[in-house]
Design a protein around this ligand. Structure first.
Ligand code: F6R
Length: 610
């Protein structure tokens, strides 16, 4: 969370920094700010709220210098306000920070005792104080930073500048991502590549504990102990995925509608169309070799990616007969997990930067377990650290609420479960061909589900008046219930819960009355009768039933306030279809409540602090 940019070069720093911040706004939008040299001093301009507020303030501001830093904030310490906005300036020092300084209470108390006066409530400002104080003893910025570094505990990516060295910026990191962009006559630092692709494609990835000193148009990287390091310059072939809504009102809606393509792009590299078989290509290790000996699978992720992982558990256990454990990354990393040698560890992360998922990946690697990453953003931290890679290929996901990345992940898990089943000798060619054909048909079936957009657009005005929503499902459909509830919570700020339908009588039934909507996945499968009984029980207590089923289903239609019919497919790909109505429901309810759907309050797209 938080996006940071630094620029040193002949262009107007305001333009470069604002272009970079625009690309980084997904990382937080509580406030934004810049500090840019003007007539020998850093001129600081900050604004509460989204980047647009800062743009307005900056419109008439001239800057004469060629060095500047910028920040877009997701608040950790200190409420969102201009006072707490970055950059933080103390003496001649200005800095921007992404992360959390964990020992900030002790450090702040110490600084206050020494007479420091704080103007914000942030943990970041104290780093500016520490560097400023150190500069009094060691006037060189790099030396000062190297002295301050050992004092900082926690997660940080920081860019710092010093008015007295107008040709220098120093950046360092531990945890959150930080990259250096190498231009012909200019240097850049930023939280991610998208912030820089308009200017350079030559990128140096900083590792934890590293410090870069940018001086004029060159740079040097050092260890935290000050030892010079040789770093590889990577030529990235990214193009600028300039945010564009493609005629839709919101990025999220566009991304919901992009799901047929996202699924097709995810599976395309891995399907042999002549044989209708799965061949996981470009993974980075020999899939058959590794998968043959796997005795246990761990899937670790957060949020929506975690729910995709839960669906993966059902697929893998059912098809490959390998036991699967799915964990929330923040739990996994601290629960002292037992990771037997012949395990496969699958991380799922759209951004590839989620701090807890990254920490879990490191833990698995330390235990000597093969790590396979399912990721959307290439060259992200998780992607770079994993042993093997399956790419979502979903294209940039801009809406903070994940949609097309979820579908692309499900499609990859479809393939992965088939590949594992094959390597384990658990599937027949006929079964594989049948399920591959089913997966190939999914994009056009998702298209059909997108027609429900019209229904939710019209129904939203009524749906928004319910007091709460209970989402229910069984088997692979249960994680869709969890996902539906999460989407509604994060976008509409309404109370919603996802439950395994069989658990309803064990508590949640007490919530149901006429003001409660019950959204249930009720596919026409072997558990249909049981699910129908659950719905009857909810209806008997006054619940308003919205059922999501397959094909024409008179019994469901009769007991439901709204029955939403999906194409008749079986369990393997049905979650890909079921997720569409729950996404559309959340989107339209949130829109009709007037919320900012693309940038819901308090959230950020990339969660780089734990
Ligand atoms: C919800 C949502 C989040 C993310 C979660 C993990 O709509 O987007 O729950 O799924 O923060 O993010 P990644 O997949 O980037 O690790």
């Amino acid at each position: 969370m938080c996006g940071i940019v630094g620029y040193l070069g002949p262009k107007n720093p305001k333009d470069v920094i604002m272009t970079g911040l625009k690309a980084l706004e997904y990382r937080g939008y509580d406030s934004a700010g810049v500090a840019i040299l003007h007539e020998g001093k850093f001129k600081r301009v900050r604004a509460e709220g989204k980047l647009g507020n800062l743009s307005e303030k900056l419109a008439s501001e001239p800057f004469s210098g060629h060095l500047g830093i910028g920040h877009t904030r997701w608040a950790t310490h200190g409420k969102p306000s201009e006072r707490n906005a970055h950059p933080h300036s103390v003496g001649s020092v200005s800095l921007v920070h992404n992360g959390i300084i964990e020992n900030y209470v002790e450090l702040r108390q110490e600084l206050v005792r020494e007479g420091a006066v704080f103007e914000s409530e942030t943990d970041s400002e104290l780093v500016a104080h520490l560097v400023d104080r150190q500069l009094a003893k060691t006037p060189n910025l790099l030396d000062a930073v190297l002295q301050v570094l050992p004092r900082l505990q926690g997660a940080y990516a920081i860019v710092v500048v010093n008015e007295k060295q107008p040709d220098t910026m120093v950046a360092f990191k531990n945890g959150p991502p930080l990259i250096v962009g190498v231009g012909d006559d200019a240097m850049y630092v930023a939280s991610d590549i998208q912030a820089l692709v308009n200017y350079t494609r030559r990128i140096v990835y900083l590792d934890d504990g590293e410090v870069v000193e940018v001086k004029g148009p060159s740079y040097k990287v050092f260890s935290a102990a000050g030892q010079p390091l040789q770093k590889k310059v990577n030529e990235v072939n990214w193009t600028s995925e300039v945010a564009n809504k493609g005629g839709f009102s919101h990025f999220m809606l566009k991304e919901i509608f992009e799901q047929p393509r996202a699924v097709a792009q995810a599976i395309q590299p891995h399907i042999n169309l002549a044989k209708n078989s799965v061949e996981l290509n470009g993974v980075g290790f020999d899939v058959n070799d590794v998968f043959r000996d796997i005795e246990r699978v761990f899937v670790v992720a957060c949020g929506t990616s975690y729910y995709a992982g839960l669906i993966g558990e059902y697929m893998i256990e059912r098809l490959a007969r390998v036991p699967v454990e799915v964990d929330i990354a923040s739990e996994f990393r601290y629960r002292h997990p037992v990771l037997p040698k012949n395990s496969l560890f699958i991380s799922i992360s759209q951004s590839g930067e989620t701090a807890d998922t990254l920490a879990a990946v490191r833990l698995a690697k330390q235990a000597g377990v093969k790590v396979l990453s399912i990721c959307n953003v290439r060259s992200s931290s998780i992607d770079r650290e994993a042993d093997g890679h399956l790419y979502m290929n979903a294209g940039a996901e801009v809406g903070v609420a994940s949609t097309k990345a979820f579908s692309a992940t499900l499609a990859l898990l479809n393939l992965l479960s088939l590949a594992l089943a094959k390597a384990q000798g658990q599937s027949t060619i006929e079964e594989e061909q049948k399920l591959v054909r089913q997966l190939l048909a999914a994009p056009s079936q998702i298209e059909i589900c997108l027609n429900l957009d019209k229904f939710f657009k019209e129904a939203a005005d009524k749906l928004k008046n319910y007091r709460g929503f209970l989402y229910l499902g069984r088997g692979v459909h249960y994680p869709i219930a969890l996902e539906g509830a999460l989407k509604l919570k994060e976008l509409a700020y309404m109370h919603a819960e996802g439950y395994a339908a069989g658990e309803m009588k064990h508590g949640p039934l007490a919530l149901i009355d006429k003001d409660m909507a019950v959204v249930m996945m009720v596919p026409h499968d072997e558990l249909f009768e049981k699910s129908l009984s659950n719905l009857e029980e909810a209806k008997a207590r006054g619940g308003q039933i919205i059922s999501i089923g397959t094909g024409h289903n008179p019994r469901l239609e009769e007991i439901s306030e709204h029955y939403l019919s999906l194409p008749e497919v079986d369990w393997f790909t049905l979650p890909l279809l079921e997720v569409v109505p729950v996404q559309l429901l959340a989107f339209h309810v949130a829109s009709s409540l007037g919320h900012d759907v693309d940038q819901p309050r308090n959230l950020a797209k990339s969660v780089t602090v734990e």
